[in-house]
Every structure is written in structure tokens, then in C-alpha cells.
Design a protein around this ligand. Structure first.
Ligand code: GLA
Length: 690
């Protein structure tokens, strides 16, 4: 529950370990007081009476101290809010009161015709912040920029910035570097979250994996977005972020209309990068990911096995083999619908291809169910191939600009989801599809960026950037409500749409199209900085790796790599030998046993993937699982023992692999010997407290 001071202008929110405090000055400026270790309301009150520095005239005392810097007045930082009407630009607000509603604090401000509400809610040690803007005037009001929140860090020396950058098939790479004066801006101007950056940053001064203060900020938005990290002239650091990349216009609010920004969540932890990750994971499992108390099944996906060349008979053959090795969910990827025999045609026509599935999907779905598995399919609803029935009937349903060419990427165009007729068409198609066969799972893909995001009939076509995401969310919400038994996977050419917004509507995400088990370790290392293993889909595919680098690796190495998240299999099982299938069956069985620990336990990154030995440990109750990978062994460089985490030093642990009994203190301080050797070796080590 937020606490209010008697002055009616100072508030404190506290989680189990941290607090957040703000204050409205006599001049109605909303200043930040505290974000960090837990404090008392009296501490916040003491901070509230500390005077602002005397900086005039070339600097502003407000810069680096405001919760939500608006445009206008003596402010020189990047504004979180920039608005324009026919008469004026900028904001001069007055404080209009506060409300607490359960665990939510709302601070209300008003400028002529504009009502601004800043929302705060503490969930665990995650502070959720968002903003509502309402046009209460008579005239239209243009939102040029409306960030969700601005975060202020305490005065410290030597801030470092961590980010997750990448590109297709090389997503979520962790980079960490000193912050210097000026601004660092990350984001996406592509219409979707993007492979290039996850909407997350972390800031620290001297943290290690297990010690030290870490501040993290993560945005819940699946369209274009921007996070700007600024070190100001007096060395203070602020992070501001929200929907949209540019400042050139987000939406126009007609009289009476309002806009609610996405949530920008912030987390303080003093448990190092690992502690921060575990807190982010716990937050998502408790508040974001649907049905997170249930384990995700082991799936088979047909993409790398059969690409576009699919038929009912061949998928049935794969399904038999998948069922025999213990797969629980069989997913038919691209190629089952319309004229989709390659990526040149068919997107938009969501009915089964009559040559490939003459009696629809039901016979295959029934067979899959008879084999004891769930049945899933791939769709890419937001797209259309020009060579499709849909496009021939409705060429104006795509994003386009009059008189300009329609840029095709992967031979496809983006549907204008801001249009109600398009929304209704997709709802009808997908609702019919999910009712036509017993479908338990939908892999929802998005395989190109926006390029010609125009809407010739709309007076303010820019709004389609925001409205596309809102329509996507609404469609997913409606489908989930109408088909509550169906689980959804978010995919965008791999990890191109991973953020807290889509996470609240997806049961899991496709981490990357890169299924090489060694490359994957770096991607997974980055992914788990913010998101939990319970959402991180990973497949065992064929060796040599067909799609990417041709690397040859053992089934063991591929399995142990994929077992770090939600295990899937994506190889051509009809080509696997009896020995390989038997080995695969054993790995799947082992995975099912460790699954609750991997998917819902606390995750400790023991050693990063660069260099020889890397490892991840999961702890849940009495059980712990260590997954370890040795990239290459060099003679004369012994493979180090793995110092474990999260164990009780006074307890003993039985190694389920060897039967050995280890003392907790020995494992914590001197480590576990893995016995790994050679190149690309890997192992699973199960420990149970005795
Ligand atoms: C994207 C996905 C793949 C696969 C293909 C199908 O690239 O990331 O997993 O579904 O589309 O076209």
C-alpha cells in the first residue's frame, strides 16, 4: 500500500526490499526522492525538505530530478511529454490531487485542457509506472511524445549500462559498458519490438553476478519504442522510455479522448545481476505470464524438419516418431494453409491447403491427439502475400502511402490492423480456424518490419503505429477469452517480439531462429537477464546445423543446451537412427523430471558462455539442477569446479547422477567437479538435499 505523508505531497511505495518515494513541491513540480533500499516515510519526508541545487541560469535545478519532465519552462532534458494544440506547445501543469486505489498510487495534474495522471504500483520490488493523458479541452490535442515514465538514479560514481542487442538469429546479446556524458538511445523504429534491442536496460556501478546494486528498467510494448539513458551535466542519470521512436507524433487526441501509455517497469536489487534477474523472473511468473504456475510441455515443431514441403501423411509420420520419444505437443509450422508452398504466396488465407490437407486439419489433429499429444499450428495473421486471395480482394487493407511503392520484404506486406474491417476479418478467420479442429497451441509469427506505414484515408495516419499494437493485443485477448484452452507462442522471425507487453499474452516465446546449441548459450545468457526460463523456447535440431553455421554437435550437447528453457525438438525425426531416437527419448524423460526446477526454480548463471566452461543452476525447494557446457578443453588448463549457489551450507546434497553425497558448504565454496572433457561436452547434474 502506498503511504502518504501528512503534507499530502510526499508518497512512499515499498516492496520487500526496496522503496520508491516522490514529492510535489510548493511550485507543483513532481520531484523524485528515492529509489533503492527500503526507507521509512520519515526518511522520504526528510528528503523532501532538502532544497534543490542553485543552478541558474545555464542549468536547471529540475533537470535530473523530475519524475516526468514535460516540455516547456526551464528544462533542458529530453521531455517525457511533448504536446501541441493549434494555439500552443508544451505543458505547464498544476497539481490536482492524488488517489490510492489498493496498491496503486495516482498523481493527477492538469494543464489547460489536458489531464495527466501518473500511475505507480509496486509488485514485489518491481515498480510499475504508466501515464494516462486525457484531452479535456474542446480542440484536438497532438501527443508528439508521451513516455510511460522517467526513472532517476541516485548520485553515484561510475555508472555502467547493460543492454541486450542483436540482430536476426543473434538476439539478446549482453553488452556492458561505462556510461559517459550525453545520451544513449536504444529502441525500434520498425513497428515491432525488434531483434536489435530488447526493451530493457540495467545500470550499476560495481555489481557482480551475485553482489551489488542493480537498477533495471523494462518496457511492456510490442511496437516501435525508445529508451533514452542520459548522464546529465551534473552526472545525474535518468532513463526515459515509451512507445514510438520519434518525437514527431504519436496520436492526436480528439476532445474527450485519452491515451494510456504502456507500463515501464523498474526494479532495484542489491543481489547483483543474478539477484536482479531472479526478481524480474519472479515478477513475470507472478504477474505477467499467463498460467505460469503450469509447466510448458515438450514440443515438436516441423519447421526445420520439413520447411515448406509438408503434407498430412508426412506430418503424421513425424508425429508418430515425436510421440514415441515423449513429445507432448506437436506443432505444424508454416505451409499448411492457402497456396503456401513457399514464402511467395498464401499469407492472409487462413484455410488449410486443399492439396495438402484435403479434409482440413482435423484428421491430423485427431491423430496427434490419439498419439497422446496436443496439437498446434503456425500463423502469421498481421501479414499478407500479394499473391493471396485476401490481397486480391482487398489491396487497400495493407499499410501503404498513396503514390509510393509498396515495399515487399519476404514477399509480404503488413496489414493495416488499425482498420476495423481488418480486425474483424482476422478475428473471424482465427476464431473459425480454432473452432474447425481441436487446436491447443498457436505459434503467432511476425516476419517483417513496417516500411510504408501509411493509411491514406485517415486524417492522422501516424496513429496506425500505436493502433496496430493495440489491435494485436485486443485480438490476442479476444482469442484467449474465446478459446481459453489454447496456448500462444510469440514469434517474430525468432526473438523479434519479446517484451513485457507480449509476455502478458503469450505462454512462451520463440527465443531465436538460431538453433545452433553453442550460439544459443550466449542468446540464452542474455534472455535470462530479464525473462524466465519458463518462457524461453529452445529446440534440438539436426546436426550439422542446417540453417546457419553448419556446426556439428552431439545429441547430448544439443539436448543439454535446449533443456535450459522450454525444451522442444525441431529436427527431422524421420532421418534419426534408432539409437538417436532412443537417446532422445532418455533426454526427454530426464527433462520432464527436472522441468519444474528449470521452469519454475530460481536461476543462477554460474559462468557466462564465453570461454571454456559455462553453466546455469536452478534451485527449487530441495532440488537443484546444474546444466554445464564445455566449449573446448585446452591441455594445461584444467576445467574449473563449479561453485554452486542457492544451497544450504549446513545441508548435504546427493548427486543423482553419481550417488555421491556433497556437503552444501563444499559445493558453495569449493565447487562441483563436472567431469566434462574434450570439445562441446555437456552434462545435467541433479542434486537433492538429504
Ligand atoms: C519465422 C520463424 C520460424 C518459422 C518461419 C516460417 O522465420 O521464426 O520459426 O516459423 O518463420 O516461415
Amino acid at each position: 500500500m502506498p503511504e502518504s505523508a501528512v503534507d499530502g505531497r510526499t508518497w512512499l511505495l515499498s516492496g520487500p526490499a526496496s522503496s520508491y518515494a516522490v514529492h510535489v513541491t510548493e511550485a507543483d513540480e513532481l520531484v523524485h526522492l528515492h529509489w533503492g533500499a527500503r526507507i521509512a516515510l520519515a526518511d522520504a519526508e526528510a528528503l523532501a525538505v532538502r532544497p534543490l541545487p542553485d543552478y541558474w541560469p545555464f542549468e536547471s535545478p529540475l533537470d535530473g530530478r523530475e519524475e516526468y519532465p514535460v516540455e516547456g519552462g526551464a528544462r533542458f532534458v529530453r521531455p517525457a511529454l511533448s504536446v501541441r494544440t493549434a494555439e500552443r506547445r508544451g505543458t505547464e501543469w498544476t497539481f490536482a490531487g492524488h488517489e490510492t486505489d489498493g496498491d496503486e498510487l495516482r498523481l493527477r495534474f492538469r494543464d489547460a485542457g489536458l489531464a495527466i495522471t501518473l500511475h505507480y504500483r509496486m509488485r514485489g520490488d518491481v515498480v510499475e509506472r504508466w501515464t494516462t493523458l486525457r484531452n479535456e479541452g474542446e480542440q484536438p490535442l497532438e501527443l508528439l511524445r508521451a513516455d510511460s515514465a522517467t526513472w532517476t538514479l541516485p548520485d553515484r560514481d561510475g555508472w555502467r549500462l547493460s543492454q541486450l542487442h542483436g540482430r536476426w538469429a543473434a538476439e539478446s546479446r549482453l553488452a556492458r559498458s561505462p556510461l559517459t556524458y550525453g545520451e544513449k538511445v536504444i529502441g525500434s523504429r520498425r513497428g515491432h519490438t525488434g531483434h536489435q534491442h530488447l526493451p530493457w536496460v540495467a545500470l550499476d556501478t560495481d555489481a557482480t553476478e551475485e553482489h551489488g546494486e542493480v537498477y533495471g528498467c523494462a518496457l511492456g510494448w510490442s511496437g516501435s519504442w525508445r529508451i533514452a539513458v542520459a548522464q546529465l551535466p551534473d552526472a545525474r542519470v535518468q532513463v526515459t522510455g515509451g512507445a514510438g521512436y520519434d518525437d514527431s507524433g504519436l496520436l492526436t487526441l480528439a476532445a474527450g479522448e485519452s491515451f494510456t501509455t504502456p507500463v515501464f517497469a523498474g526494479l532495484w536489487s542489491d543481489g547483483g545481476f543474478g539477484g536482479a534477474s531472479r526478481a524480474w523472473h519472479a515478477y513475470q511468473l507472478a504477474h505477467i505470464v499467463p498460467g505460469a504456475d503450469r509447466d510448458r510441455p515438450v514440443l515438436f515443431n516441423s519447421w526445420e524438419a520439413t520447411w515448406f514441403d509438408i503434407s498430412e501423411e508426412q506430418q503424421t509420420a513425424l508425429a508418430r516418431r515425436a510421440a514415441a520419444i515423449g513429445v507432448e505437443l506437436f506443432v505444424v509450422d508454416d505451409g499448411w494453409f492457402g497456396a503456401r508452398t513457399g514464402d511467395h504466396a498464401g499469407l492472409g488465407d487462413w484455410t488449410p491447403n486443399p492439396d495438402r490437407f484435403p479434409h482440413g486439419l482435423k484428421p491430423l489433429a485427431d491423430q496427434v491427439h490419439a498419439l497422446g499429444m496436443q496439437f498446434g499450428i503456425w500463423v502469421e495473421p498481421e501479414m499478407v502475400n500479394p499473391d493471396s486471395e485476401l490481397y486480391r480482394a482487398h489491396p487497400d487493407w495493407v499499410q501503404f502511402q498513396l503514390g509510393r511503392k509498396r515495399t515487399e520484404l519476404r514477399n509480404q506486406l503488413v496489414l493495416n490492423l488499425a482498420r476495423e474491417d481488418v480486425q474483424e476479418y482476422l478475428w473471424q478467420q482465427l476464431d473459425t480456424l480454432l473452432s474447425s479442429a481441436p487446436i491447443d497451441y498457436v505459434k503467432w509469427d511476425f516476419n517483417r518490419c513496417f516500411t510504408d506505414a501509411g493509411w491514406p484515408d485517415d486524417p492522422y495516419p501516424q496513429r496506425l503505429w500505436v493502433d496496430h499494437v493495440r489491435a494485436l493485443y485486443a485480438l490476442l485477448d479476444r482469442l484467449r477469452a474465446a478459446h481459453p484452452g489454447v496456448a500462444f507462442e510469440s514469434c517474430s522471425g525468432g526473438g523479434g517480439r519479446i517484451d513485457l507487453g507480449i509476455m502478458s499474452r503469450a505462454d512462451q516465446v520463440w527465443t531465436s531462429d538460431n538453433t545452433d546449441p553453442l550460439d544459443r548459450l550466449a542468446i540464452q545468457h542474455g534472455f535470462t537477464q530479464i525473462h524466465p526460463a519458463r518462457t524461453m523456447a529452445a529446440w534440438v535440431t539436426d546436426s550439422p546445423n542446417a540453417q546457419l553455421n553448419g556446426r556439428v554437435s552431439s545429441l547430448r550437447f544439443r539436448f543439454v543446451s535446449a533443456m535450459a528453457g522450454v525444451l522442444g525438438i525441431g529436427g527431422d525425426l524421420t532421418e534419426w537412427t534408432e539409437e538417436e531416437l532412443a537417446e532422445a527419448r532418455r533426454w526427454v524423460e530426464l527433462y520432464k523430471e527436472i522441468r519444474p526446477v528449470v521452469q519454475r526454480g530460481d536461476l543462477y548463471r554460474l559462468r557466462p558462455p564465453e570461454g571454456g566452461l559455462s553453466a546455469v543452476q536452478y534451485v527449487r525447494g530441495e532440488e537443484s539442477v546444474v546444466l554445464a557446457w564445455l566449449q573446448a578443453q585446452r591441455h594445461g588448463e584444467p576445467v574449473p569446479a563449479l561453485r554452486l549457489r542457492g544451497l544450504d551450507p549446513t545441508a548435504s546434497y546427493e548427486c543423482r547422477e553419481t550417488g555421491e553425497i556433497h556437503r552444501g558448504a563444499v559445493l558453495l565454496h569449493h565447487g562441483l567437479r563436472t567431469g566434462l572433457r574434450g570439445d562441446l561436452d555437456a552434462s545435467v547434474i541433479r542434486l537433492r538435499r538429504i
